[in-house]
Design a protein around this ligand. Sequence first.
Ligand SMILES: C[S@@+](CC[C@H](N)C(=O)[O-])C[C@H]1O[C@@H](n2cnc3c(N)ncnc32)[C@H](O)[C@@H]1O
Length: 293
Amino acid sequence: MKEHNSSTTARVVAFYRAVESNKPENERICYDPYAHHFISPKISALKKKWLLTSVNMRIYEWIFPGVYAYFAARTRYIDDYLQWCLDHDYQQVVILGAGFDSRAYRFNQFKDRVKVFEVDHPATQGEKKAKLAELFGALPEHVVYVPIDFHTQTLSQRLLESGYNQKSKTLFIWEGVTFYLTADAVDETLAFVAKHSGSQSSLLFDYTYPDAITGTSPLKEARIWRKFAKKKGEPLLFGIQKDMIEQYLAKRGFTQVANAPHEILHQRYLIGINQKRYITPMLAVVHATVKPD
Ligand SMILES: C[S@@+](CC[C@H](N)C(=O)[O-])C[C@H]1O[C@@H](n2cnc3c(N)ncnc32)[C@H](O)[C@@H]1O
């Protein structure tokens, strides 16, 4: 990521979430009532209103096929898993590369029982904090904001000095980030989670496959994504071989790997009115538990 620019890709995901959230309750896959606040401030209120109508869905689908449905299903999958963790005695949640993620403000457990950390690049986090202060009148006190550049700083450096408790049962959420990092930066984060978290802690993230990174994927959306990301200064750097996720995570200290490629997301969330939506096969979500010592 460019040092002083906030993340364009974070704004794009928030935009898609806003479009989905604008649909009637029985039609939408995920719901994030804050997402529309993070659409570029350069866009006028009237244009924003028009952009958010699902009438434009066909255009979005044509530009970037299957990615909109994937973003909606991914967010819902993570929300459901987070809810499960909150119901099962997790004491801390760390949102890595938080971007404009609004879970810290949407789940009430964070306001009393469960500690939440938002870890992100300082440029993106700065923009988010300014908007949150405007929305809530002040920056919410229940969230710990941890600025980091994953390429030059380590999580242990940054989190441990921010009040993170390495003995607590923790969920790490890493949504839409791994592909923008080097393999070494991903490894370092996984090593931190595996070594510095309480018993039964878990990690959830999504990943792409190597052909999206190398530009050899036959998918239109993979080619567009690669080009767009590079142009915006967030090039695609990291993928994990399809069908190798379990071995990959086992080697790095994780067990109980639950992989959700596009077929599972489709089966679970693209139902009813959403059944015919195309979901891109170039990404998958996975969660796993830290292996006991
Ligand atoms: C596609 S956005 C995803 C944001 C959020 N997790 C979501 O799903 O809405 C990618 C995020 O990764 C963060 N990021 C990318 N490279 C980073 C780096 N080197 N260090 C820290 N954060 C980084 C960006 O700031 C951005 O918030």
